[in-house]
Design a protein around this ligand. Structure first.
Ligand code: MN
Length: 201
């Protein structure tokens, strides 16, 4: 087994009431687990790829052999995106960032509420399944963008700092069709320490 399912860094019910326990159980134990096991299945017979990091696989997606590329895009992307997502959240999350990250947010978006609006619009406006991201580009500037399915900004040369999963499996049990309500609630979980660490790397 080249890749392993990371444990959730908190209890399944730790993000209540914003994200419910049942959603977290199914999301981590079934959906995330499936991406990891399908990635491992896809890499059988590709010893050279099994030894790479998930980040390097996704960064170098376009250089992978045809026999592995689509499976790595979908399942390696799914594995990596959820690794980021779980750590981007914390039971004591929410509020606003401080320090250099906040300075960069103000430079890029004007103020924190404008970042929220841009992320919410990217997440709510993503047709079908995907993610909304706060990313750092190669110049160190912050941008917001949506990606489809399990695509990760790393493939486009961007560094993902903060991602929110807008697949229906991320919110439907509690929020049904109300994706904007899920996004509003999700802000109460954001682990700004984790986002700042990714920004400063
Ligand atoms: Mn998901």
């Amino acid at each position: 087994m080249a890749f392993e399912l990371i444990p959730l860094p908190y209890d399944y019910n730790a993000l209540e009431p914003h994200i419910d326990e049942q959603t977290m159980r199914i999301h981590h134990d079934k959906h995330h687990a499936a991406y990891v096991s399908k990635l491992n299945a896809a890499l059988e017979g590709h010893a050279d790829l099994q030894s790479k990091s998930l980040e390097d696989l996704i960064k170098g997606l376009n250089d992978l052999p045809d026999s592995a590329r689509t499976a790595v895009r979908n399942n390696g992307g799914g594995a990596l995106n959820h690794n980021i997502f779980w750590h981007n959240m914390h039971p004591d999350g929410g509020g606003e960032p401080t320090g250099p990250l906040m300075d960069a947010i103000k430079t890029a978006f004007g103020d924190f509420s404008s970042l929220r609006e841009k992320m919410n619009a990217a997440g709510a406006g993503q047709f079908g399944s995907g993610w909304a991201w706060l990313c750092k580009n190669s110049s160190g500037d912050l941008i917001v963008k949506a990606t489809a399915n399990q695509d990760n900004p790393l493939t486009e040369g961007l560094t993902p700092l903060l991602g929110v999963d807008v697949w229906e499996h991320a919110y439907y049990l509690k929020y049904q069709n109300r994706r904007p309500d899920y996004l509003e609630a999700w802000w109460n979980t954001v682990n700004w320490e984790d986002v700042a660490k990714r920004f400063e790397n």
